[in-house]
Design a binder for this molecule. Structure first.
Ligand SMILES: [Zn+2]
Length: 340
């Protein structure tokens, strides 16, 4: 099969990889219908994270089940399924509490390489959720978004305790930030402030329900949020970047007693204890337990109540993955869908 392999920062190739096969009786093999490039794939691409030899890439996927192992009970060949970036059993105490991305049996799908024609999915019954029927082509980008960026933005909003009557600010205008705006709208936020300086992203944020756009960042961005909230700060702030500046911007833009939901993968972030102590801000976040939200998100997409697939503004054949990485690295594209 064909699949994406990163050899070094900036060096992404589409190569012939070995076809996956059932290794454990709880595995499934899916034929990937669509996959994509993630903002987190850019960390090694930019050399911020090391590339340890040739690495299969990709952890976002939807597809048709081809084959299942002997102990798979609920997932069947022929189903269209959505998974996420950690395989999970969905039965251990951590999963049952809704934190499937910390499942005691979790396995990162990124190491298996979803940017490929076929994918082995471990713990298939716990990991995969089937759609009500085989979706029409126009719904596939939405389901693919549910696999990571929508589920992650949704978790950010839930972790930030978004709800009716609240003012929400979103730090970060990548796909996760934009879909956090959508989540905040669905969860009933009264005002949603998107922090973005890029016009096409501002427009999509407004489409998804943003009521205000703030273009300033850092301390100036915080000051603008305070201006909009009687000097108090937002009730809920979603952090979807993962840098020192974005994290401090999120904490300082939150009112005393308010909540930050942080879902940008933290890189060299150090929080000042004394400032945190006196802020009275709640912090919750981490790798999103997308699996918790998949049944609800799949239903919202299948019934066309939400259209998260609009974050894909560039679609390429899998063989042109290198151009997809470049386009996202250079911020020419919000998110790139790859068709195997
Ligand atoms: Zn578990």
């Amino acid at each position: 099969m064909r699949g994406v392999v990163m050899h070094a920062p900036g060096d992404v190739r589409v190569e012939t990889r070995e076809d996956p096969s059932i290794l454990l009786p709880t595995d499934a093999i899916i034929r990937v219908s669509a996959t994509c490039v993630c903002g987190s794939d850019l960390w090694p691409y930019r050399g911020v994270e090391p590339v340890k030899g040739p690495s299969p890439m990709g952890h976002e996927y939807v597809g048709i089940v081809e084959e299942v192992g002997g102990e798979v009970r609920t997932i069947r060949p022929g189903q269209f399924v959505v998974g996420s970036f950690f395989a999970s059993d969905n039965t251990c105490p951590i999963c049952r509490a809704g934190y499937q991305s910390s499942c005691v049996h979790r396995e990162p799908v990124g190491g298996l390489g979803a940017q490929a024609e076929y994918l082995r999915v471990p713990l298939a019954d716990g990991t995969l959720v089937a759609t009500p029927d085989i979706p029409s082509d126009d719904l596939i980008p939405g389901f693919l978004a549910a696999s990571d960026v929508l589920g992650t933005g949704w978790f950010g909003a839930v972790a930030a305790e978004v709800g009716p009557g609240k003012t929400v600010a979103v730090v970060g205008d990548g796909a996760v930030g934009l879909l956090a705006v959508l989540a905040a709208k669905r969860l009933g936020a009264e005002r949603i402030i998107a922090m973005s300086r890029h016009e096409p992203r501002q427009k999509l944020a407004a489409d998804y329900g943003a009521t205000h756009i703030v273009t300033e960042r850092g301390d100036e961005g915080v000051a603008r949020i305070k201006d909009l909230t009687d000097g108090l700060g937002a009730h809920s702030v979603i952090e979807a970047v993962g840098t020192q500046e974005s994290m401090m911007q999120a904490i300082r833009a939150t009112r005393a007693g308010g909540h930050v939901g942080y879902v940008g993968v933290a890189h060299d972030v150090e929080l000042p204890g004394e400032e945190l102590f006196f802020s009275h801000v709640h912090l919750h976040g981490g790798p999103a337990p997308v699996r918790r939200f998949l049944p609800e998100l799949i239903d919202l997409i299948a019934t066309r109540q939400i259209d998260p697939g609009k974050v894909f503004d560039l679609t390429l054949p899998l063989d042109e993955a290198a151009e997809g990485y470049r386009a996202m690295d250079e911020r020419r594209a919000i998110k790139v869908l790859l068709n195997p």
